[in-house]
Design a protein. Structure first.
Length: 335
C-alpha cells in the first residue's frame, strides 16, 4: 500500500525547485551587481579612465595580486578588465538586465560594436538563450546574417535590431543569409546527397530549430502532395507559431535553378488551398541551396504572388570579416 500520494510529492518538489531557482536568481543578481561595483571603483580611482593605459594595466596587475591573496581566485587581471569594461559599457546599473548572468555579460562585452552588442543582449532576454547558445550565435554572426537577409532596408533594420532584437512581423523577418549548419560536422569538400543532408538535419533537429529561429515547430519530412495521379514530396515542413503559417523547405545541394521556384510555388498554392485552416496565414517557401546567382534570382522569383525565397547554406562558420564587408557594401549602397 502506497502511503504517500503523488500530489504530496509533486507539491514538495515544486516548493524545493522554486526555492532553488529563486536562490540562484538572487545569487546571480548579487554577483552581477558586485562586479559592476568593482568596475565602478576601478574606473573612479583611475580618475574616470583619464590615466595612461600602461599605468592602468599596472594598477590592475597589482590589484589582482592583492585581491587574490584576500579573496581567492576569480580576480585575475582579465576578470578585472571585464569588470572595468562592464561598468564603462553600462554606467547606469538600471540598464543591466537581471535576466542575464555574469557569464552572459562576459560574452557580450567581447563585442565592440554597440548596435551588435545591444542586439545580442535583447535576443538573450527575449529568447532565453543559455551562455552556450549566445556564444554560438555570436560565432556564426547572426546579426550580420539578418542584415544581409533584409536587402536594401538595412539602415533602418540596424537601428531596429539594436533596440528590439529580432521581431517576426512578416515572412522576410524569418530569413537568414546564409544558414549555418556547422553542427552537422560535414566537411565543405565532401559531396552530399539531398536525402542524406535531410537525414542529418532531422537527426540534429534541436540545433536546426535554433538555427531557423523563433517560433518554429517541426511538422514532418517528405510531406506528400498529390495532384491528379502525380505525387510530390516537400523535403521539410515547419509551422511558425508567431507568424501563424506553414514554412516549406526544399533542400538543394547545388546551385539554385529557376525551375525550383516554380515547383515551390506549386507547393505553396497547394498548402494555401488544401492544408491551411482559416486562421493560418499564407505559407512561406524557402529553397535552401549551396549557391545562387542574384540576377537569375530576380527573374526567377519576381512577380510571384506567393512567399518564395532562395537562401544559401554553409557547413562551416563564415568569416566574420567577410560578412561585415558585405553588410557595409549594402549599408553604403555599394554594388
Amino acid at each position: 500500500m502506497n502511503l504517500v500520494n503523488d500530489n504530496i510529492i509533486n507539491e514538495i518538489k515544486d516548493v524545493i525547485i522554486n526555492s532553488r531557482n529563486k536562490i540562484a536568481y538572487e545569487v546571480n543578481n548579487t554577483m552581477v551587481l558586485a562586479y559592476w561595483n568593482v568596475g565602478r571603483i576601478i574606473v573612479e580611482n583611475e580618475q574616470n579612465g583619464n590615466i595612461k593605459a600602461e599605468y592602468g594595466r599596472q594598477i590592475l596587475k597589482e590589484l589582482s595580486k592583492e585581491l587574490r591573496k584576500i579573496l581567492g581566485s576569480g580576480f585575475s587581471v582579465s576578470n578585472l578588465q571585464y569588470m572595468r569594461k562592464f561598468y564603462i559599457t553600462y554606467p547606469k546599473y538600471q540598464t543591466v538586465s537581471v535576466k542575464l548572468s555574469w557569464s552572459h555579460y562576459c560574452e557580450l562585452l567581447s563585442i565592440d560594436n554597440a548596435d551588435e552588442r545591444n542586439f545580442y543582449e535583447k535576443e538573450c532576454i527575449n529568447s532565453n538563450w543559455s551562455v552556450r547558445e549566445l556564444k554560438r550565435q555570436i560565432d556564426i554572426s547572426l546579426f550580420e546574417r539578418l542584415l544581409l537577409s533584409s536587402g536594401k532596408e538595412n539602415k533602418e533594420i540596424v537601428y531596429k535590431l539594436s533596440k528590439e532584437g529580432q521581431t517576426l512581423n512578416n515572412p522576410l523577418d524569418i530569413l537568414k543569409e546564409p544558414y549555418v549548419f556547422e553542427f552537422l560536422d560535414i566537411k565543405e569538400t565532401k559531396p552530399m546527397l539531398e536525402k542524406d543532408l535531410e537525414k542529418k538535419l532531422i537527426k540534429h533537429m534541436e540545433d536546426f530549430l535554433l538555427e531557423l529561429g523563433k517560433g518554429f515547430m517541426f511538422v514532418g519530412s517528405q510531406q506528400r502532395i498529390t495532384l491528379g495521379n502525380n505525387h510530390y514530396y516537400v523535403d521539410m515542413v515547419f509551422y511558425n507559431k508567431i507568424l501563424k503559417c506553414y514554412v516549406l523547405i526544399d533542400l538543394k545541394v547545388g546551385q539554385m535553378k529557376p525551375e525550383y521556384a516554380g515547383q515551390m510555388n506549386m507547393y505553396l498554392n497547394y498548402y494555401n488551398e488544401e492544408i491551411n485552416d482559416e486562421y493560418d496565414n499564407k505559407p512561406i517557401g524557402i529553397i535552401l541551396c549551396k549557391s545562387k546567382k542574384e540576377v537569375m534570382m530576380e527573374y526567377a522569383l519576381g512577380g510571384l504572388e506567393n512567399n518564395v525565397f532562395a537562401k544559401t547554406y554553409t557547413y562551416y562558420i563564415p568569416k566574420k570579416e567577410v560578412l561585415i564587408n558585405e553588410v557595409e557594401k549594402v549599408l553604403g549602397g555599394i554594388k
